[in-house]
Design a protein around this ligand. Structure first.
Ligand SMILES: [Zn+2]
Length: 159
């Protein structure tokens, strides 16, 4: 028995905020705005895991009105979703994702992000794909005002 899940996320970019993607802090003149640490990729992967088992979305588990999650490390959210997946008898087969950001170039950071997400997900690094794109000068991402991530996960019921 397999289940597939999809998640996406977008955050505004502003000066004076940290840019954290896939649990990795990246040097940048602008960072992502959000209640937690605004880690767009980790949020998309968390939503994909919750979505695969129809368990709602990240906001229903970690409200942005809750002071506990202010500036929270989003890897905590991912770990919680991974635990729910395990409790329901599923294993993660693989994660595929795309991050869209105008700058800086993310390619040099991808191995580090994949290692972080793999560790939090309890799978091998080869099971985590992260692709980096730009917005080609179009839309909010292309204009440098936002960062977006999308993720797909596959879960398999343990026999
Ligand atoms: Zn988010």
């Amino acid at each position: 028995m397999y289940r597939i899940g999809y998640g996406n996320d977008i955050h505004r970019l502003e000066a004076g905020r940290k840019l954290i993607i896939g649990g990795v802090t990246i040097e940048s003149s602008v960072g992502a705005v959000g209640h937690s640490d605004a880690d767009v990729l980790t949020h998309a992967v968390t939503d994909a895991l919750l979505g695969a088992l129809a368990l709602g979305d990240i906001g229903s588990h970690f409200s942005d009105k809750d002071e506990r999650w202010k500036d929270a490390d989003s890897i905590t959210f991912l770990s919680h979703a991974v635990q729910l997946v395990s409790e329901r008898g599923y294993s993660i087969v693989n994660i595929d994702s795309t991050v869209s950001l105008e700058q800086p170039k993310l390619r040099p950071f991808i191995p580090q992000m994949a290692a972080k997400l793999a560790a939090a997900s309890g799978i091998e690094i080869g099971g985590v794909s992260i692709k980096a794109k730009t917005g080609e000068g179009l839309d909010a991402v292309g204009e440098g005002r936002a960062i977006r991530a999308e993720a797909v996960v596959l879960l398999e019921k343990r026999s």
